[in-house]
Design a protein around this ligand. Structure first.
Ligand SMILES: [Zn+2]
Ligand SMILES: [Zn+2]
Ligand SMILES: [Zn+2]
Length: 354
């Protein structure tokens, strides 16, 4: 019964166009239903139908019949309706979206195809995703294909249980391989990004520690500062205080550690030593720099070719790039201030603790 209704809808679209001549084509659908149509309209909208219409006929007088089989006749009705009106209801999309996608691909109706691909991708479920994936591949719909792949990857355990998956495994092992490869790549992509993020935050921390070291040695912060700079009254914590406090504690330790004095290997002193060396590698104002040992490290590096250490160079480069990234997000005035801070005059490299 429904077939009839939809057929009537299509007919009403067709007959409501007053200037049209009598229909000269019959579209034969799988239910045996025939839809009368105009070859001129079909040819205008679909280049594939135009080709079919241009083929020579056996009998000039006989009416042309175009079979569109393999999809429900209501889907064909909706398709023909679209060819006439360039419109399609949400209800038709809901019910026949995948059929309309196939039809619009086969008959090269580009706008309908795009609309169907979008509509179908909005209605993806665990149950239908494998079927839609196969269709997307057949119909050459890359956006839909990718969306299906992502859904399968995200819910693989559930998708694996569906009828669609089991059928596909039996009939299209290549697609199964394609999906498994996609999942594998997606996972290693995720791992790579995660690792990269962890590394970035590590370099950013080091770069921040560098900034704090310079700021402590130049202007001083809450409890540590250069001995010749008066502590500002009621100086509050700076805006990177978590890191700054850590560096201050490290400096205090470094100044008083007995094991350092004995030439022993205290791990905290070693860290401080590394920070000072890292600073020197990064510092581009060694003559005016107030960070202890900055120039000494530079000289030592020149004499002993310490800089030839490839790993060290890599570390310096990464910290520098992390610094660049973080400084790009600072307002310009702040950057200029920082520059002026590092340009402070010659300094005695001793600290004041309070
Ligand atoms: Zn500070
Ligand atoms: Zn120590
Ligand atoms: Zn320096």
């Amino acid at each position: 019964m429904e077939d009839k209704n939809n057929h009537n809808t299509t007919s009403s679209v067709i007959s409501s166009a007053p200037e049209l001549p009598e229909p000269d084509v019959q579209i034969l659908t799988s239910g045996g239903l025939r839809i009368a149509a105009h070859s001129s309209i079909l040819a205008m909208v679909s280049p594939v139908l135009e080709n079919i219409m241009d083929r020579p006929r056996k009998h000039r007088t006989s009416e042309r019949v175009i079979p569109i089989l393999g999809v429900p006749c209501d889907a064909v009705s909706a398709f023909v309706g679209y060819l006439y009106s360039a419109r399609c209801t949400e209800e038709q999309m809901e019910k026949y979206g995948i059929h309309l996608l196939a039809l619009s691909h086969v008959y090269s109706v580009t706008q309908l195809k795009q609309r169907c691909a979008r509509a179908v991708s909005q209605r993806l479920t665990i149950e239908n995703v494998v079927d839609v994936l196969q269709l997307a591949r057949l119909c050459d719909a890359p956006d839909l294909y990718l969306k299906c792949m992502k859904l399968v990857a995200a819910h693989f355990k559930s998708v694996e249980q569906t009828e669609g998956w089991k059928f596909m495994q039996d009939h299209d092992p290549w697609l199964e391989l394609e999906i498994l490869q996609f999942i594998d790549e997606a996972e290693s992509r995720k791992k790579r990004t995660r690792r990269h993020r962890v590394e970035q935050s590590l370099y950013l921390q080091l770069s921040e520690a560098m900034e704090c070291l310079e700021h402590i040695c130049t202007e001083g912060c809450t409890t540590v500062g250069p001995y010749d700079v008066e502590p500002a009254k009621k100086r509050g914590p700076c805006n990177k205080y978590t890191t700054c406090q850590g560096v201050q504690l490290l400096i205090k330790h470094f100044a008083s550690c007995k094991r350092r004095a004995n030439g022993g290997g205290c791990s905290r002193c070693k860290r401080m030593w590394q920070l000072l060396r890292l600073h020197s590698s990064i510092c581009d104002q060694p003559d005016s720099c107030r960070v202890p040992l900055c120039r000494q490290f530079k000289l030592k590096a020149q004499q002993q070719r310490m800089g030839d250490d490839a790993l060290w160079k890599l570390l310096v480069r990464k910290v520098l790039s992390a610094k660049t990234i973080s400084s790009l997000s600072l307002p310009k005035r702040k950057r200029e201030e920082e520059l002026r801070e590092t340009m402070g005059g010659h300094a005695l490299r001793t600290f004041r603790f309070c």
